[in-house]
Design a protein around this ligand. Structure first.
Ligand code: ZN
Length: 136
């Protein structure tokens, strides 16, 4: 998963801890990192949701750690892919994403048969995090 930096260097997709207001550690945030100039860009597919999360924390958050890969499906898929190979390869990510979608769909079927509307809603929300965001 490579992206070109404005300095001309290659940017690699990595999972990092983002520290907010020097107090809150947001772990496993997908970030493009440039090996030449050190620039970091949050992965576009999760940028909005990182923003929302930070917005919810407010201006005086209490110190804590948030596992972003458990909050956001994309970060979850990327951390799965990272566990399977040393670097984030498109094919590995695609496979991890497909597996996660299938898993969520299976759960959705169970939720549906139980007529559990709250669970169904949560699962659709997770599925929508994965759809159409896999674009750099
Ligand atoms: Zn650069």
């Amino acid at each position: 998963m490579l992206k070109r930096c404005s300095c001309g260097g290659d940017m690699n997709l990595v999972l990092r801890t983002v520290i907010f207001a020097k107090k809150v550690n947001i772990n496993n945030v997908p970030v493009y990192n440039c090996s030449m100039c050190g620039r970091n860009d949050v992965f576009p597919g999760v940028k909005e949701d990182v923003g929302k999360l930070v917005g919810q924390l407010g201006s005086k958050p209490s110190p804590r750690s948030i596992p972003f890969d458990q909050v956001h499906e994309w970060a979850g898929v990327l951390s799965q892919a990272m566990n399977r190979s040393d670097s984030l390869q498109a094919a590995v990510i695609a496979r991890a994403a497909e597996e996660r979608v299938n898993q969520l769909l299976d759960l959705w079927l169970i939720a549906s048969s139980l007529e559990d509307e709250t669970w169904k809603m949560e699962l659709s929300n997770r599925l929508s995090q994965l759809s159409g965001q896999y674009i750099s």
